[in-house]
Write a protein that binds this ligand. Structure first.
Ligand SMILES: C=CC1=C(C)c2cc3[nH]c(cc4nc(cc5[nH]c(cc1n2)c(C)c5CCC(=O)O)C(CCC(=O)O)=C4C)c(C)c3C=C
Ligand SMILES: [Fe+2]
Length: 479
């Protein structure tokens, strides 16, 4: 098991070994229970399915809607049913998935990013206006938007510099669109024709726009798939909460059958694809077996995990255990370490921090480092600028001689095929939204601890680099 301090040291101390993996192998490992997950409808953890099921599927289908399950789909679902207690048992159950003119849609949820430098400030406004990013006490909710306006205006110049250095905007939209297209094709090849939509949280195409298109297209069964492998309140949670509020207001959507795949970091295809990227990158080092595999995950404030029950850290650690187990099966036994990057604000975030860990590794004599971004499946500002430029420079200054970085998965075929399988395996769970779930979620939300609410003043201080006195003023305001 990982702990904050272990993560940065054990792999180093035990050069040639690595931090011990969890006790079981991943096909049997259940997803940890997740108290903070949004219950949009019937969320479920999709379990890995056998690679053998996928072999030989080469049926190209025409675009359009299927009204009958194909033999391939039946085989998929049968495999899933016997392997992991899926709810469908008979042919007539299977047919229920496709009666009449059912239209399957997949909604990919992602963060979104500014496409031009002019978009940066309004993008930041949307981000900071999100109560899952900056939480204000109920009494001060009316300040959310003015505060977001203020912070976004002050932070924009620094953010713009970052986006300017990676070509003038975020590549997220293009990459996510390409992933959507690839997923549609993969589903089609598996004989499950579906439309794939992209709904971004903070920039175009916004989730609301995707939902309008889903309604115009008359989708009747929707699979909601956040593009974050691990669940966090601040990412998938925020997107699902927004979606839930959109659904609640809309009669069509309340009645539309849907399901949510809340996280999928434990899936075999994803784990194998990550392991392959690492394996390939290791060969580029002069002495591959001596390279420290350095997993760098996006951080979240510690209170999200410790107070609000965010499963993010647990899922991250399990994910890394699984990747290392897979590498071990391939005879790769390099040391590894996990650290968290991109913190904003002086409140404590998940530790160890990436920058501090790099310096420590240098001091401990590590000479070769392979950075592996682990919390996101697209290239973005934090891989292209923070890791490739800032952390690389820091590493070289700290005595690291050889630096490498694993690319984000993007449209890697094993990964996309696995996402398609996740969608197919989720179809038996598609069902109508239960009102009681909505109520349950509202209770969960309002029960979030007050500590999260007041920590925002410190966040604001750090984002704006404000002096302590002013920060204390903001803090007093919120108490
Ligand atoms: C799993 C991934 C992410 C988590 C968890 C996350 C939490 C989180 N982020 C901020 C503040 C900012 N994030 C910004 C950009 C950004 N964040 C993620 C992913 C996660 N964030 C991505 C992929 C991106 C980049 C998008 C792109 O355009 O390429 C930014 C803006 C960039 C900047 O100015 O630095 C901010 C600010 C908080 C506060 C938080 C948890 C509470
Ligand atoms: Fe972020």
């Amino acid at each position: 098991m990982w702990s904050s301090s272990q993560a940065s040291t054990r792999g180093v101390v035990e050069m040639g070994g690595r931090v011990e993996a969890g006790p079981s192998h991943f096909p049997k490992r259940p997803a940890p229970r997740n108290p903070a997950r949004v219950n949009l409808s019937r969320t479920h953890a999709v379990k890995p399915c056998s690679a053998g099921d996928r072999a030989g599927i080469s049926v190209k289908c025409n675009l359009g809607w299927s009204s009958q399950p194909s033999p391939d789909l039946k085989r998929h679902l049968r495999g899933f049913s016997s392997a992991s207690e899926a709810v469908l048992t008979s042919q007539s159950d299977l047919r229920k998935l496709f009666v009449g003119n059912e239209k399957i849609g997949v909604l990919l949820l992602n963060l979104g990013g500014p496409e031009t430098l002019d978009d940066v400030q309004p993008f930041l406004f949307n981000l900071f206006a999100d109560p899952d990013i900056i939480r204000l006490p109920r009494l001060f909710r009316f300040l959310q938007k003015p505060l977001a306006q203020f912070i976004s205006v002050v932070r924009a110049p620094k953010s713009k510099e970052g986006y300017a250095s990676i070509g003038g905007g975020s590549p997220l939209r293009q990459i996510t669109d390409a992933q959507a297209e690839a997923l549609k094709e993969a589903l089609c090849e598996k004989d499950v024709p579906a439309k794939v939509y992209v709904g971004m949280r903070y920039w175009h195409p916004f989730t609301e726009e995707a939902i309008q298109q889903i309604k115009r297209d008359g989708i009747t069964k929707l699979v909601v798939l956040p593009l974050y492998p691990q669940f966090s309140i601040s990412t998938s949670g925020s997107s699902l909460r927004l979606l839930e509020s959109i659904f609640r207001e809309d009669e069509y959507l309340v009645n539309m059958q849907h399901t949510v795949i809340p996280s999928w970091y434990q899936r075999e295809g994803y784990i194998k694809a990550m392991a392959t990227l690492i394996e390939n990158e290791l060969t580029k080092f002069p002495e591959p077996q001596k390279v420290m595999i350095f997993f760098s995950a996006h951080g979240v404030p510690l209170a999200y995990v410790e107070e609000a029950g965010d499963p993010y850290k647990a899922e991250m650690e399990e994910c890394i255990d699984l990747i290392m187990e897979e590498l071990e099966k391939r005879g790769i036994t390099n040391p590894c370490t996990l650290a968290y990057q991109s913190r904003v604000g002086p409140v404590e975030w998940l530790k160890p921090y990436t920058d501090e860990t790099i310096v420590e590794l240098g001091q401990k004599g590590v000479k070769s480092l392979l950075a592996v971004p682990i919390s996101f499946v697209s290239e973005h500002i934090e891989t292209l600028e923070e890791i490739d430029v800032e952390y690389k420079e820091l590493a070289l200054e700290s005595g690291i001689k050889h630096w490498g970085r694993v690319s984000a998965l993007g449209c890697e075929p094993t990964f996309i095929s696995d996402l398609a399988d996740a969608v197919i395996e989720s179809l038996p769970y598609v069902g109508a939204m239960a009102v009681s779930n909505l109520e349950a979620r509202q209770v969960t939300t309002s029960a979030w601890p007050a500590k999260l609410c007041i920590s925002f003043a410190w966040l604001v201080k750090r984002i704006l680099l404000l002096p302590d006195a002013l920060c204390l003023g903001i803090l007093c305001l919120t108490k």
